[in-house]
Every structure is written in structure tokens, then in C-alpha cells.
Design a protein around this ligand. Sequence first.
Ligand SMILES: [Zn+2]
Length: 55
Amino acid sequence: MALCPECATEIVVDEDLEEGQRLECPECDAKLEVVSTNPTELLAVTETDDEEETT
Ligand SMILES: [Zn+2]
């Protein structure tokens, strides 16, 4: 179980969650990244899915 940093909703996560894994909050659709697995900690990701680099 982890908390969404955006809306504080409890999100059920896989036990074998890995750091760096991306998921979406089912409540607020925020894109989240796993920054820690013990305990599970999520960070809101603001970047788009585009891999474009700002040059
Ligand atoms: Zn949320």
C-alpha cells in the first residue's frame, strides 16, 4: 500500500514493485514514480510521456 502524493489516496501496489516503476493513481490520474520500495514511496511525475529533450 502506498499513498498518492497528489490526493493521499491509498494505492494498492504490487509486492514486487521496483524503484523507478511508473504507475497512475486511480483516483486523480496523477502519474507516479516509485522512488522507494521499503517503505513504498511515490512521487508525482510532471513530465510528459514524450522523451523529447529540451535543448
Ligand atoms: Zn491521486
